[in-house]
Design a binder for this molecule. Structure first.
Ligand SMILES: [Zn+2]
Length: 95
């Protein structure tokens, strides 16, 4: 087995373990809630841990960090996403 394939398999395993850890950390009935990955929140609106705004901020923050990481490999943030990037930074309180 080549090293790159082994690394990919380990990355998949880490991703699976992170998802399982996230389910364990939830410790609420939403763990068994029939939801679709990719939804904004993993908690049902009736759950006390339901925090739509907080979950949205986490997603926006992750997106901003991704743009910044990509921009650091290029010539900065691309002009086409500059406005959206600035608005996202404003949403998470960084401007
Ligand atoms: Zn919940």
């Amino acid at each position: 087995m080549d090293v790159e394939r082994e690394i990919d398999m380990l990355k998949d395993e880490i991703h699976t373990l992170k998802e399982r850890l996230e389910d364990i950390k939830m410790e609420c009935e939403c763990k068994n809630w029939a939801r679709t990955d990719g939804w904004l929140t993993k908690h049902h609106p009736s759950c006390p841990k339901y925090d739509l705004k907080g979950d949205a901020i986490k997603i926006i923050t992750a997106l901003v960090r991704g743009i910044e990481s990509w921009a650091s490999d290029e010539d900065g943030v691309h002009d086409d996403c500059w406005e959206a990037y600035q608005r996202a930074k404003c949403c998470i309180g960084e401007i």
